[in-house]
Design a protein around this ligand. Structure first.
Ligand SMILES: Cc1ncc(COP(=O)(O)O)c(C=O)c1O
Length: 448
């Protein structure tokens, strides 16, 4: 007698008795689409995918304008206030290295030691055989800094946001997000299948209206915001968000990629800046590629939340290899320096304040930026942003243009990440150049 294999049992569960698809809504929707499509090369030849046109038209524009291609530029050495990019020594405003720790000998030594002790990979997921003491030490210290019970370290910043939101929210849940939250939060929200509504940037009345109208129709409600907004450099009113989320029995998640290690009297993020009780934020998140000078992401909060994420969240605890020992060790060393040397964060924030003051005195708009180390210089359109960035680079200053789709079409800008190692002279020289270049800029041709 033939015995059924586990693959056959699985297939039988997925298919109806007669071996056809179950007539669920998704399957019939898929069939309906497929009957109308006549496959052409645009469906199987990558060279004909419309997405590629975004790239080819951008390249065409650069060629036409005679700009050097500015993407994937190689640098050598450590990128901080200065860097060597494409063979040029530049004043660098395009690295997230807020605390100048990526080249710090203590951080580098910790990473080296982790490689000596554990190799370059744990070779396994944490649950199975990938656990090393550094992960738990990092998690304990992050939880301690934030005043919460526990934390979990993930391999990637982007992935940790996606995995956390994708895991916690379900079809019967609602996600309300500030319209300017990072793409990794949006991707997690889409993946979750929950109902999603954006509220206008920092518009707490709009958030309140959405809650009044919709709260009653959903089980879990997640409110997503950032500690410092990555494109605009402003800080939301976290006290107000906490008050709102408590009143509506919602959960608040704050992305501290650009606030942890930077804002607050001790540089320890929104908890420090607003004098919060850590437990008032349900889900603390940060990417480790900024002040932590490494790569990865963490989530911190109540121990029950962390247990679920560690054991069951795909892409965070489950179905993913452990972080690299050297990355976690670098992050832990950076965290310890962050705590011991709060002057680093203060200098970054003071340098940024100096940049904003000088820029505004010179008639440049720094948009919403306030209190953080992210400073945009707003420009009329994408063409001007690209032209200004190219000319700055010719003058040994590296600030990357931010244009659609990463910002709205009418909100092109140059974005400056200010760090603790920038000097006032570097900042003043950059502002002078910006003013001169802006005055000399050609009129836009409406090409972009
Ligand atoms: C606000 C914010 N969240 C999340 C991320 C993702 O972090 P990572 O790039 O380290 O994966 C970024 C990265 O730029 C970010 O700016």
């Amino acid at each position: 007698m033939k015995t059924e294999t586990h693959v056959e049992r699985l297939r039988a569960r997925l298919l109806g008795k007669a071996g056809t698809e179950r007539p669920d809504a998704q399957a019939s929707a898929l069939r309906a689409v497929s009957t109308r499509v006549k496959p052409g090369p645009e469906h199987y030849d990558f060279a004909q995918f419309p997405e590629l046109r975004e790239y080819t038209s951008t390249r065409w524009y650069y060629d036409k304008q005679g700009y050097e291609w500015n993407m994937f530029r190689e640098h050598v050495g450590v990128a901080s206030a200065e860097a060597e990019v494409a063979g040029r020594r530049v004043i660098n405003f395009s690295s997230y290295n807020y605390l100048d720790l990526a080249g710090d000998p203590r951080v580098q030594e910790a990473a080296r030691k982790a490689i000596d002790d554990f190799g370059t990979s744990t070779g396994s997921g944490r649950i199975i055989m990938g656990e090393i003491p550094i992960f738990a030490e990092f998690e304990r210290e992050v939880a301690d800094v934030l005043g919460v019970e526990d934390a979990v370290l993930g391999v990637s910043g982007y992935g940790t946001n996606v995995a956390t939101i994708g895991y916690l929210a379900r079809r019967q849940d609602l996600i309300l997000y500030d319209e300017l939250v990072h793409n990794s939060m949006l991707t997690g929200a889409k993946l979750s299948g929950a109902r999603r509504f954006a509220f206008a940037h920092n518009d707490y009345d709009a958030l309140e209206r959405l809650l009044v109208e919709h709260r009653g129709h959903f089980e879990r409600v997640l409110i997503l915001t950032e500690g410092v907004f990555s494109m605009d450099g402003d800080i939301p009113d976290i006290h107000r968000l906490i008050e709102i989320k408590k009143r509506h029995h919602a959960l608040l998640m704050v992305d501290e990629a650009h606030s942890m290690g930077v804002i607050g009297a001790r540089g320890l993020g929104v908890v420090d800046h607003f004098g919060l009780n850590g437990a008032d934020i349900d889900i603390h998140y940060a990417s480790m590629s900024k002040a932590f000078a490494t790569i990865g992401g963490y989530v911190a909060g109540r121990k029950e939340l962390i247990t679920m994420l560690k054991y069951y969240a795909p892409g965070l605890g489950l179905y993913i290899a452990s972080p690299m020992p050297a990355n976690a060790a670098a992050g832990l060393a950076a965290l310890r320096i962050m705590r011991a040397e709060p002057g680093r964060a203060r200098r970054a924030v003071d340098n940024a304040a100096h940049f904003r003051t000088r820029a505004r005195e010179a008639g440049l708009s720094t948009g919403l930026s306030d209190g953080s180390a992210v400073v945009p210089v707003m420009l009329a359109d994408a063409e001007l942003a690209l032209w200004m960035s190219a000319r700055l680079f010719d003058n040994n200053v590296f600030a990357f243009p931010m244009i659609f789709p990463v910002v709205p079409r009418d909100a092109a800008r140059l974005r400056f990440f200010i760090n603790t190692a920038h000097t006032r002279e570097q900042i003043d020289r950059t502002i002078r150049l910006l003013v001169e270049l802006k005055a000399a800029a050609p009129a836009s041709k409406g090409l972009f």
